[in-house]
Design a protein around this ligand. Structure first.
Ligand code: NG6
Ligand code: CA
Length: 506
């Protein structure tokens, strides 16, 4: 009490915002990688069981129209953290060994929360680029998460299928032996080491497309890597490692309000479940790593409960993009799928402008505050910044985001009316129950991953209320609606429209 009074006095003297910190809720965003709308059993459209996510979903708000901003990872993460449409940032594409794509001057969720006294941490996959010149993994790597608002970071740089296969903590490669420096190269095989293409006999997992370069733990990766032996991660222990780090972080900061961005690596390729999950789904490694992710979420929940943190912690669960089965390795994802439907009834998948690209599991939970609810309101991850801002009493806002704090946390209010979704630099527009996909050149399908991309010579117009699976193109039969959608879409994307027109003309 004495301590609190003293803090209050200090705060009133220096007009800081920490006096009511202890009442502010902790915020944990759990972000899966490539988890589909139908991969979570509470969504009722697949056959895989995810009891731990379901427990949170069934006690919180389960959104049926919840969207990532993009059908791929880096753009979605960029939009989530900045509240800005990814198509406004030309560098927000799928990254491979790239430099940081968030400007260090840009507003982010952790930066905003820090103005209100929050501790901020990220544990897991980053995939937003590092440094601003050629990255030297043997020195402090900066700028990165710590320069865009995170007090603490324990990350893998890109994805599990890319080198360097090491963890980076607050800018430093973990367990790096200075006598065994790391070199990384995404173009030329300069190191003369075994590779997926040259040495199939060394592989424990076979590549299907891409992923044929450096071999680490028997798995061929994207890119070449030399050195850093002691620093290399163990793939099968990655889930446990991230979970441990997440718990350690919570233990360290739990006396203050905190924001944790817990970015799971599952079920992105390569799918490497810990042996205790092998066979747990009956669907091969893809199902098994989803079981593993579900278990991790349960463990994190238990940890919060054991530490009496559950009442004052908001938990959000979502995914960065929709599902894909074969994303570059032979891992039985297709063969052992059975009746499971990772995208539910939605068309497309990862990389696609159709619904399954961006419509993802989306759950908010705040014990004692949110009532169990299934909400059909349209909500997106671009809206987190503005919604968290309202929640913590900040006036920082992004112009692309909408304040949906009531929808997320109070079982009240309306969702968005409209938003522009993105897939591999193409955009489409949802307004109410309508979706308009402009014409784009390119193949209708990515045959490697067996997913329809949403490219077509004609405008596509769907009414999701009567046609959730986007089977009936109403562009010809409803020209007024089409024109209305095109006009509004072009108004939003502004000068980007010239680019779209150009693509249409090609
Ligand atoms: C692609 C990879 C894919 C995946 C994706 C990024 C190939 C052929 N495909 O380039 O396997 O890594 O990048 O996925 O290399 S994401 O979820 O991080 O966006
Ligand atoms: Ca992803």
């Amino acid at each position: 009490m004495k301590h609190n009074l003293f803090a209050l006095l200090l705060c009133s003297l220096f007009s800081c915002n920490t006096s009511i910190d202890e009442k502010k809720p902790n915020i944990i965003v759990i972000y899966a990688d490539d988890l589909g709308y139908g991969d979570v059993s509470s969504y009722g459209v697949g056959t895989l069981e995810t009891p731990n996510i379901d427990k949170i979903a069934n006690n919180g708000v389960r959104f049926t129209n919840g969207y990532a901003s993009s059908a791929t990872c880096s753009p979605s993460r960029y939009a989530l953290l900045t509240g800005t449409y990814p198509w406004r940032n030309k560098r927000a594409k799928i990254l491979t060994g790239a430099n940081l794509i968030i400007d260090t001057l840009e507003m982010t969720i952790p930066k905003m929360l820090k103005t209100k006294g929050y501790e901020t941490g990220i544990v897991g996959k980053w995939h937003l680029g590092l440094g601003n010149t050629k990255i030297d993994y043997n020195k402090k790597i900066s700028p990165g998460p710590n320069e865009v608002g995170f007090d603490h970071s324990f990350i893998m740089a890109d994805t599990q299928d890319r080198v360097p296969t090491v963890y980076i903590e607050n800018g430093y490669v973990v367990n790096l032996d200075p006598n065994d420096p790391i070199e990384v190269n995404f173009k030329n095989d300069d190191y003369g080491l075994p590779s997926g293409t040259k040495n199939p006999e060394l592989l424990t997992m076979k590549w299907h497309h891409g992923h044929n370069k450096a071999i680490v733990n028997g798995v061929p990766r994207i890119g070449y890597m030399k050195g850093g032996e002691k620093a290399k991660w163990s793939d099968i222990d990655m889930a446990d490692k991230f979970l441990d780090e997440a718990k350690k972080y919570i233990d360290k900061v739990k006396d203050k309000p905190f924001f944790l961005f817990y970015t799971l690596q599952q079920p992105h390729v390569p799918r490497t479940p810990h042996p205790r999950f092998v066979g747990s789904s009956g669907m091969g490694p893809r199902g098994d790593v989803i079981k593993e992710a579900d278990w991790c979420i349960g463990e994190l929940y238990n940890h919060l409960e054991e530490n009496n943190l559950l009442e004052n912690t908001i938990i959000i669960i979502s995914s960065d993009n929709g599902p894909v089965l074969n994303d570059g390795y032979y891992d039985d994802a297709v063969e052992k799928l059975g009746d499971h439907t990772p995208a539910g009834k939605l068309r497309g998948g990862k990389y696609s402008l159709f619904e399954a690209g961006t419509r993802v599991p989306f759950i908010t939970y705040w014990k004692g505050k949110t009532k169990p609810q299934v909400s059909d309101e349209i909500v997106t991850q671009i809206d987190f910044l503005n919604s968290f801002s309202t929640l913590v009493g900040s006036d920082i806002n992004s112009s692309d985001g909408v304040d949906l704090s009531d929808v997320f946390f109070n079982n009240e209010g309306d969702g968005r009316d409209e938003f522009v979704l993105e897939a591999t630099t193409r955009t489409a527009f949802r307004s109410g129950n309508w979706v308009m996909i402009p014409p784009y050149p390119g193949p209708a399908k990515n045959y490697n991953v067996d997913i329809e991309l949403g490219n077509s010579k004609e405008y596509l117009l769907f009414n999701l209320e009567s046609d959730l699976s986007q089977q009936n193109n109403l562009a010809n039969s409803n020209p007024e609606k089409l024109q209305e959608m095109i006009s509004r879409y072009q108004e939003i994307i502004g000068k980007e429209s010239s680019k779209v027109e150009q693509l249409i003309l090609e």
